[in-house]
Design a protein around this ligand. Structure first.
Ligand code: FAD
Length: 307
């Protein structure tokens, strides 16, 4: 059995595996895809001390770093089922898609998340060519340009406020008849001179010139003809879905996010979690790596105290 088994090889999982292996303990890593969401990212300019990198390059670097340690990498596999240890001192079990079962004294869940997409024509074609999901990441690329934010919940309104300070103009489109964000955010939004809010708006298409976004089309849900907006960027803020469906009957989870404490511990002893699959605020690479490191140190601490 493993001392530490890490599930997921995005930034959080890679960091956890490296920190665990450096303690000289038996470390396994279920790596469906090295890099995780980073694989889908173009420019990365906020991973501290790296001025500029790109998703595939950072993913390769994460993989190389993990491979420089003694980590047992189980590739192209997803964890499907968790069977927590029945009693303290027993092993946790994880069943993979292949049917194989892995056993470990401690687990670190780092299965990340995925952005909910609009599912309209043009969205896939123009991903990372104007269609974005992360204002902290891509906002500065649209300095002086026009953007739309899709979604009027807290994330959408926060994104619009954030972007309004960088870009020339923000149009916020909300499907419902009113914004759903907290009052205080809505008040802040309302006083910004370069933000327009359109409610009852269903985005129906991302428009582009073949290489980048040039606008979007939406249908007013309260009647009238389809409308077009000319703009350079679209920030989709309709939800981040943690990859935790397979855990919901076992661990304490809130709105899909695994509840962790300041040490990355979950509701079950010996099971830790890190990164975008948890309730740690702000989903970023630098944060996920830090959380992964922390979860591994916590797992090591658990091992020396209990096993
Ligand atoms: P993830 O990166 O999501 O990795 C989790 C991994 O686990 C994935 O490989 C997944 O396939 C795998 N997995 C899922 N389910 C299972 C399972 N059941 N069993 C095993 N494995 C599983 N952040 C920044 O800091 N800067 C940026 O510029 C930036 N740009 C971004 C651009 C885009 C388009 C996107 C989508 C995100 C961006 N982010 C950026 C956010 C950043 O990528 C995430 O915060 C970070 O990758 C989270 O790391 P993680 O390891 O927690 O999860």
């Amino acid at each position: 059995p493993f001392d530490v088994l890490v599930l997921g090889a995005g930034p959080a999982g890679a960091a956890a595996a490296i920190y665990a292996a450096r303690k000289g303990i038996r470390t396994g890593l279920v790596a469906e895809r090295f890099g995780g969401q980073v694989q889908d990212t173009m420019a990365i300019e906020n991973f501290i001390s790296v001025t500029h990198t790109e998703g595939p390059q950072l993913s390769r670097a994460l993989e190389e770093h993990v491979k420089s340690y003694e980590v047992d990498i189980i590739r192209a596999q997803r964890a499907e089922q968790l069977l927590p240890a029945a009693h303290a001192g027993e092993l946790h079990q994880v069943t993979l898609e292949s049917g194989a079962t892995l056993k470990s004294k401690t687990l670190i869940i780092a299965t990340g998340a995925r952005w909910r997409e609009m599912g309209v024509p043009g969205e896939q074609q123009y991903k990372a060519r104007g269609v974005c999901f992360c204002p902290h990441c891509d906002g500065p690329l649209f300095k002086g340009k026009r953007v739309a934010v899709i979604g009027g919940g807290n994330s959408g309104v926060e994104a619009a406020i954030d972007l309004a300070g960088i870009v020339a103009h923000v149009t916020l489109l909300e499907f419902d008849s009113q914004l759903r964000a907290d009052e205080v955010l809505q008040r802040k939004l309302a006083i910004l001179p370069n933000v327009q809010v359109i409610t009852h708006a269903q985005t129906t298409e991302v428009l582009g010139d073949g290489s980048k976004v040039t606008g979007l089309r939406y249908q007013p849900r309260n009647g009238g003809e389809g409308q077009e907006l000319a703009l350079e960027g679209i920030f989709v803020q309709i939800g981040l879905l943690p990859n935790t469906d397979w855990l919901k009957d076992q661990l304490a989870i809130n709105r899909g996010e695994i509840i962790t404490d300041a040490r990355g511990a979950t509701s079950i002893g010996g099971i830790f979690a890190a990164g975008d699959c948890t309730n740690v605020p702000y989903k970023q690479i630098v944060i996920a790596t830090g959380e992964g490191a922390k979860a591994a140190l916590s797992a090591f601490d658990h091992l020396i105290r209990t096993c």
